[in-house]
Design a protein around this ligand. Structure first.
Ligand code: 0X9
Ligand code: ZN
Length: 409
């Protein structure tokens, strides 16, 4: 081979590798939030069916807010629907100095996946008598679905009431993991110090699942920040199932999409996703009475039903707790209630499954006013997390209060 040809090939190889690396590292996909103008309320059902990435619905003004991914842009343009940009770019660009000097556990930025794994290992080292770290299953790409058990009697199945705190069903909802892990530290660090916490840990078995969707989290942190679903490689070569549409209870109904590229794609069958096998197996083997699933955003307190507008038989228990949480966090009064009528219809969400199958008290909290707000830390000494974007630890403790030993309401 001619020398110049070899040089050319080597050079082009170096350039292409360099180019790929630069592309991946510097990839910033800007995704806007838009307001879509509707003409009649009937259009909402069609848009939910189409699986648009809807964030909120304003029935009075007939407007919906949509995260404008490629799929949504194409759909709206084809349907001839008019929209305006509300936020040009939903990307989070790193930590900012906030008025809250003390960062969460001394942190200044969101936890990376490897940091979460490392941190989870430390719980048993620091609190061997109060914790067990479990691996409930694995994601599509083989990452563990961790559950941290917190109890004065860890590692046994003795029938005491149990409560589960789940986070990060949706890849881009980073604050939910912060809340879950800070809640774990809060319970442990204050055991034997604060009476309420001591009672909770003594009488209730708490399960903290900080990342239900680890593949999505890694993808959101490294490749495409506004990613929502998991990382199933769909049969048509598209990616992802919305884990909050894949639970089996009334799977496949309104508010979930059969279109694989949609952000609310429900998956090929009920509980098709390994991430949810992990959750299911925990619930099947245990005595779980209350559940909290953390999401961002909107400052909503939601419970069942999602799949139909009817009230659940245990509406009042949920409303009682829900309004206390709303008041505690200063959320708007009209953002508390059954999902279907308070935010929008959803089928296959975690709360409907927990309530429908197990009759567990089950909440979906939508923290804050952005998917990934500027990082704000905790003021742990005052038992207060920053309320505006991350919710509050004290507020989340309320979900234990319906259980014996769970504290004053
Ligand atoms: O669409 C969702 O899954 C939740 N909103 S988010 O922006 N975090 O994706 C809302 C779910 C509401 N429905 C139920 N809780 N059932
Ligand atoms: Zn969510």
């Amino acid at each position: 081979m001619k020398k110049w040809l070899v040089v050319l090939i080597v050079l082009s190889l170096i350039l292409s590798v360099g180019f790929q690396a630069t592309c991946n590292e510097n990839e910033t996909v800007t995704v806007p939030l838009v307001v879509v103008y509707l003409e009649s309320p009937d259009q909402i059902a069609a848009l939910l069916e189409a699986g648009l990435d809807i964030v909120g619905i304003d029935l009075v003004n007939l407007e919906i807010e949509v995260v404008l991914n490629d799929y949504d842009r194409e759909y709206l343009d084809n349907a001839g629907l008019k929209y305006d940009i509300l936020i040009e770019d939903l990307t989070y660009y790193g930590p900012e100095t906030t008025e809250f000097g003390i960062m969460s556990m001394g942190r200044e930025d969101y936890r990376q996946w490897h940091e979460i794994e490392e941190e989870l290992q430390t719980f048993e080292e620091i609190y061997p008598d109060l914790t067990r770290l479990h691996i409930l299953g694995h994601s599509h790409q083989g990452r563990p679905i961790y559950a941290l058990e917190i109890s004065a009697a860890p590692g046994v199945n003795d029938g005491r009431p149990e409560s589960v705190h789940m986070a990060l069903y949706h890849a881009r909802e980073w604050p939910t993991t912060e809340m879950a892990l800070d809640l774990a530290w809060y319970l442990l660090d204050n055991y034997g110090i604060e009476e309420k916490v001591t009672n909770i840990v003594n009488t209730i078995r708490v399960w903290i699942i900080p990342v239900v969707n680890p593949d999505g989290y890694v993808h959101s942190q490294n490749v495409y920040q506004m990613w929502r679903k998991n990382r199933r490689h769909n049969s048509d070569n598209s990616w992802g199932v919305d884990l909050n549409r894949n639970h089996s209870y009334n799977w496949g109904g309104v508010g979930s999409s059969g279109v694989t590229t949609s952000d609310t794609y429900r998956g090929p069958s009920p509980t098709s996703e390994p991430e949810l096998w992990a959750i299911r197996d925990l619930f099947l083997g245990r005595h779980i009475i209350t559940t909290l699933s953390g999401h961002t955003h909107g400052r909503y307190v939601l419970w069942s039903w999602g799949y139909k507008p009817d009230l659940i038989p245990d509406h009042s228990v949920h409303a009682d707790l829900g309004y206390q949480y709303q008041a505690f966090n200063g959320y708007p009064m009209n953002r508390v209630g059954p999902s279907n009528t308070t935010i929008y219809a959803t089928s296959g969400a975690s709360d409907d499954w927990v309530y429908g199958v197990f009759r567990g008290i089950s909440f979906t909290f939508e923290y804050g006013t952005a998917f990934i707000p500027p990082y704000m830390g905790t003021i742990t000494t005052a038992n207060q997390l920053v309320t505006e974007q991350f919710g509050t630890i004290s507020g989340n403790l309320l979900t234990f209060s319906v259980l014996p030993g769970g504290g004053e309401r």
